[in-house]
Design a protein around this ligand. Structure first.
Ligand code: ADP
Ligand code: MG
Length: 249
């Protein structure tokens, strides 16, 4: 589903603050992989997600999505495949707009220019149906401004926006970092359910080793822009939580 061929990215090249954020990354992520990405701060996790999403052009190498070379495609051109959830519940949604209008914007994002989506009854019903899958009662709040909802509620809605348009890839960069423990737990559970139900290929960046242990079917640890460890489903399920803690000693 996602393939990186010898991908490198250096920031501030040739200056004293030069950082080799990604160094010859070779990675093949099969469809329906739920990959957990671990690594110390600055190891290149976010840069890896940004490279996949097309936030910048990589210096070297190729990125393939769904058997298509997307290396030279900009982020909005890759958006039909990719949905993202960020650390900050505010990024990715418009706080002043209603929930339904946010979904409308998200739908427009992946459709060809010129195509219009009205907030008509059919679209509303479709959105309500999707939101109801969260089981959080948010389907009754679709006229409310996004900014009036809690961080956890907003992250959950962002998750549902991701699956509205049959997006196949979900990139989550520390999605629970700004949430209280209970909302974080709910979001992680819902994400897991939705990844399975919609057969998504997902990458989760997290510092919570307990989440890394119980979720996903592959785990990678990055260090200084390189893949230090890469465990498949079998190896991951044999892993104890204490092993994971050992990776960071
Ligand atoms: N836009 C940028 N400009 C300059 N340096 C950057 C930029 N983005 C990331 N870096 C640097 O690249 C390295 C990897 O960063 P990042 O991928 O954000 O790490 P992580 O997400 O694992 O904490 C860090 O040293 C960071 O300071
Ligand atoms: Mg990061």
């Amino acid at each position: 589903m996602i393939r990186l061929e010898q991908v490198s990215k250096t920031f501030n090249a040739g200056t004293p603050s030069e950082v080799k954020a990604l160094q010859n990354i070779q990675l093949n992520i099969a469809p329906q992989t739920y990959l957990v990405l671990l690594g110390a701060n600055g190891s290149g996790k976010s840069t890896l997600l940004n490279a996949i999403a097309g936030s910048f052009r990589v210096d070297k190498g190729e990125i393939w999505i769904d058997n298509q070379d997307v290396t030279s495609l900009k982020d909005f051109q890759r958006s039909p495949w990719i949905a993202r959830i960020f650390q900050n519940p505010l990024s990715g949604t418009a706080p002043d707009l209603s929930v339904i209008d946010n979904f409308r914007l998200a739908a427009l994002r992946t459709r060809p220019k010129g195509l219009r989506i009205g907030v008509n009854a059919a679209f509303k019903a479709q959105v309500k149906e999707k939101i109801a899958l969260l089981g959080m009662g948010l389907e009754n709040k679709i006229e409310q401004a996004m900014g009036t909802l809690s961080g956890g509620q907003r992250q959950a809605l962002t998750l549902m926006m991701a699956v509205m348009d049959e997006t196949k890839i979900l990139l989550m960069d520390e999605p629970t970092a700004a949430l209280d423990p209970r909302s974080a737990e709910t979001l992680m559970q819902k994400a897991d359910e939705i990844i399975r139900t919609f057969q998504l290929t997902a990458i989760l960046v997290t510092h919570h080793l307990k989440d890394a242990h119980r979720f996903g079917n592959r785990v990678i640890q990055m260090e200084q822009g390189q893949v230090l460890r890469d465990l498949d489903a079998t190896a991951k399920s044999a892993l104890h939580l204490s092993d994971l803690f050992g990776w960071f000693e």
